[in-house]
Design a protein around this ligand. Structure first.
Ligand SMILES: Cc1ncc(COP(=O)(O)O)c(C=O)c1O
Ligand SMILES: Nc1c(O)cccc1C(=O)C[C@H](N)C(=O)O
Length: 428
């Protein structure tokens, strides 16, 4: 994309920064002067607006006590719905098809408990062998709850190379025995985007329900869940959406499934106007809100108010455009500066398949990450050999990318990594 005018110079990175329409958003984040943060695909940075919205919610608690549920700046009783309204466009959904609730894994449990209904010969769940482990644990436990076998009833599509999945292999695994499919939108290691539209159409052609884990894509690029007719999805808001550690997650349920009884019901899934009738018969909301369970974690919803506002202003299309330029630029520099140093780019180069991070493979990856940290660069390491680097559109600049690659080059030339052990830390 930028190859035609790419220059391996710091001046060129500054030229790209001068052309960046989103550059001003960087000033809204807490950025340490001597640190280059490249881990926004694991935990996004704090913005001043997110901080402000947390303080606003605390002020309402301070001033209003219990009345904060219905009064104040952001009445807590409606906050999950308000945040859904603010973020539905990120996934191409109607506001009532999204709810900000729970966490990724809890939401998967809720959706599997709802939509996994084994019958007759159709008993198996289809996933893949590269997916995030928590999803596998959740699906295995759902199988156990149905008295099924967590090994033989969970089909995991194999990767041909340990990095990527082939959509044809996933489609070939959509047999008559499959009741439910759960796949990632983007693979957490290689950053490969799966073709959600195609997979959904193929699943539906075989009468199979399909849902997606959007942790590594929501906030990084646009989605069209409703147009693609995806049955359900779930994601966290602490990575690309900068909601803070353990911030509340989100789920999407296609409106055609409204009215389906939640597998895990609770009073916050009620129709708002009925909830405080305190009846013992559940009157579920006629929206994705029905899939809420109990009282929302209001203080972990609060940062999302400020954060989602910034996404509304920046626009997800502009975010994607910049993100692709950042990752392309990083790959161009890696190819230019780190040639013959043992690195392999392990993410798709094609824009249609490339998510929001670079997956750089090296046999010394664990200790190269430690050396990067010592030099003020925050990557993350995924065993056995991956350095993940995520230049984030809202707060990283092109000069950050330039500096990271130059630091990596120095680490390799000076063999700085050799003083560290090549194993991971507790939180890798
Ligand atoms: C793809 C994916 N799925 C699931 C999870 C688990 O999320 P949580 O711990 O918020 O349930 C994560 C991240 O931790 C993830 O990256
Ligand atoms: N959820 C995390 C956590 O609680 C601690 C540290 C990291 C995480 C992550 O999100 C890791 C991330 N899901 C990954 O892609 O590897």
């Amino acid at each position: 994309m930028q190859k035609d005018r790419f220059q391996p110079t710091v001046e060129y990175s500054r030229l790209l920064d001068s052309e960046d329409e989103l550059a001003a958003f960087r000033n809204e984040f807490y950025i340490k002067p001597d640190v280059i943060y490249m881990d926004g695909n694991s935990l996004g940075l704090l913005s001043k607006r997110a901080e402000k919205s947390v303080i606003d919610v605390l002020e309402d608690w301070k001033g209003l006590g219990i009345d904060g549920w219905t009064e104040g700046k952001y009445p807590w009783f409606f906050l999950s719905e308000k945040l859904a309204e603010m973020s539905a466009n990120l996934v191409g959904a109607k506001p009532e098809e999204v709810i900000v609730t729970g966490s990724t894994t809890v939401n998967l449990h809720q959706l599997a408990a709802t939509f996994y209904q084994p019958k007759g010969n159709k008993t198996k769940i289809l996933a893949d062998e590269l997916t995030f482990p928590s999803d596998i644990y959740a699906l295995q436990s759902q199988l156990r709850l149905h008295g099924l076998n967590e090994e033989t009833d969970l089909i995991r599509v194999k990767s041909r190379d340990g990095r990527y999945l082939h959509e044809e292999d996933i489609i070939a695994a959509m047999t008559d025995e499959i009741a439910l499919i759960v796949l990632p939108t983007v693979l957490y290691r290689s950053g490969q985007i799966l073709d959600m539209k195609r997979l959904t159409a193929e699943a539906h052609a075989r009468g199979i329900l399909i849902g997606f884990d959007g942790c590594h894509s929501v906030g990084a690029f646009p989605h069209s869940f409703s147009e693609w007719d995806v049955d359900f999805a779930f994601w966290c808001n602490y990575k690309h959406l900068n909601g803070g550690p353990g911030s509340v997650g989100s789920l999407y349920v296609n409106r055609k499934h409204f009215g389906t009884l939640p597998g895990l019901a609770g009073w916050f899934g009620s129709k708002k106007e009925k909830q405080f009738d305190m009846e013992h018969s559940f009157t579920q909301a006629n929206t994705a809100g029905a899939f809420q369970i109990g009282t929302p974690h209001v203080l972990s919803l609060a940062p999302l108010i400020g954060s989602f506002e910034m996404f509304q202003e920046a626009g997800i299309n502009r975010i994607r455009e910049k993100s692709l330029k950042l990752t392309q630029y990083m790959m161009d520099l890696i190819e230019y500066d780190l040639d013959a140093m043992g690195f392999t780019i392990g993410n798709p180069k094609d824009e249609r398949q490339r998510g929001g991070h670079i997956s750089l493979e090296h046999k010394e990856a664990a200790r190269i990450c430690k050396a990067l940290k010592e030099n003020g660069v925050i990557p993350d390491y995924r065993a056995p050999n991956i350095i993940r680097l995520a230049p984030i559109a809202l707060y990283n600049c092109f000069e950050d990318v330039w500096k990271v690659v130059q630091i990596l080059k120095t680490i390799m030339i000076e063999k700085q990594f050799e003083k560290f052990s090549n194993d991971r830390n507790v939180v890798a």
